[in-house]
Design a protein around this ligand. Sequence first.
Ligand code: ARG
Length: 657
Amino acid sequence: MNILPELKSRFRVVLSGLVEDPTELLSMIRPAQDATFGDYQANVAMPLGKTLGKPPREIAAEIVGQLDLSDICEPAEIAGPGFINLRLKDTWLVERLNHAIADERLGVTTASELRTYVVDYSSPNVAKPMHVGHIRSTVIGDSLCRTLRFLGHRVISDNHLGDWGTQFGMIIYGYKHFVDQKAYQTASVPELSRLYKLVNQLVEYHNARTKLPTLERELAAQTEAVTALRNQAPAGDKAAVKKTNKEISKLEDKVAEARENLVAAQATLSAVESDAKLCELANQHANIATDVLEETAKLHRGDPENRRLWDEFLPKCREEIQKLYDRIDIKFDFEYGESFYHDRLAGVVEEFEKHGLAKESDGAICVFMDGFDAPMIIRKKDGAFLYATTDLATIQFRMQEWKPDAILYVVDHRQGEHFDKFFAAAKLCGYPNVELRHISFGTVLGDDGKPFKTRSGDTVGLEALLDEAVQRAYTVVSQNDDAKPHGPELAEAERRHVADAVGLGAIKYADLSHNRTSDYVFSYDKMLALTGNTATYLQYSYARVNGIFTKGEVNIEKLRAGGESIQINEPAERALALELLRFSDGLADVVEDYRPNQLTSYLFQLTKVFFSFYEQCPVLKAEEERTRNSRLLLCDLTARTISQGLNLLGINVVERM
Ligand code: ARG
């Protein structure tokens, strides 16, 4: 039995007699902020007072009178303007804990309504090496899959690999013009990455050259607009001055943005121009942007040479990515990349046209939808299909194949507009009931508050990032071990093993513990700290609990199976008991808006409550055997909850560190 859903279902019975749909009111039943007011608080009487036109306290009394909670709670109390305060009965807590201890699932029941989810995550473009930007989609998606599965849902994870787009046109072009055969024979993937980077750089160079005059004009125009506004700034009237100042500062932001764009373009240009060889290549390949598109188009048209190259490159690229997935323990049920849908794209466009959902505009086939300024293009003038067309084909396939209740797309926030349009189009083509969600997330930033880059300005490769985290974790683990009062305990191999779990865990946890919609600053020092909201702290706490059992020579499995009951006497014991039973609430919070940081917050809170228990209540030295055993079982359930919780985040624990 999960606490919060149980309380809500009891309230639902009573509230249904007062309003038509109590769902919104039920969200006002929450854990109490302050333990002196009880364990849970229901703030439903105040809004009800407004709707029913009665004093909230009266309504609260009425609700309490009808509420049947006597098996779970002490008699409810009404406080202040009409808060209903609930305190769980100690006998009930004990009963639930005893159950949790004996339960593999730690007392967490499966969801009451089981659904089928398709989770589309990671989905990198495979022709380029994975970089720091890929970490978020990968770990958030993985954690959501694990959590939903744990709650009993049917989850299908699908890696929508970008294996068919322009990047392949780039490496095909690069291979045809710039390949170093010797390098390709010895290590193909690094050579393909080099080709990708080179071609991309040349394409960007020519783009920047074309754009430069416009960017210069834009900056001049914005600067002029600010100057003009400054000159005509009114004096005297305070409100008017304030308004103008606001406008000036808005324009100044635009100037700054225009300047940044110009500076970026200039940097792109000078990177090539300062290098004689690159400069020569750029001149020799003046039409590279169109030529790359043509190579892509040829691949899509079935050109044998390009198809052969694609068949040769793709397995190599995928293998490289697979190595990374294996290292961070990421598995997919399916990896239907974009190429899988190629043959279906023409059919999708036809279908949209047949049903009058798409029409021609300037030679392109477009879906016009209410609420959007621009249509969604599904076939370009030159006949090429788009990212959106593939997403439409993909949803058709997924609906036929798996009949999901929900599809989650774990993709960077910059694709927000794409998903808004695509979801609207998907509803049009006959999937009105499936829940379609863009699980959007922010950017990983460097110390300077800008997207995380290496010192030379490159994006940070994922592999190097993991290596460094593990390397630094090794230092943290070794220092901690060396400082132990009775000398170090870990042999070299164990240190390495622990460093791996700690380093990879730190990266994942740092990402998951931030609200996914915000940006966050990447910091090895912060993520590897032994105190605070980090995986390292939780892993360390788990190992500490194990240390208690080792020190006391406790056979914890035996004790767990022994059927002994928990005792709740001290407030710190009660606080820990309650926090342990809230695990299921934490998981429900994750699923509510698909936010893994709800679970990290829960685990961090649990660990803090545990240490305050551990400070106040002697465990091995408890006076009575019964108390000692009860406390050992509380320690054990804490460790198991941390371990299970970290597992749902894709993070491993270690027995000692
Ligand atoms: N490959 C895309 C990118 O790297 C992400 C794909 C996300 N999934 C989807 N169904 N559109 O931007």
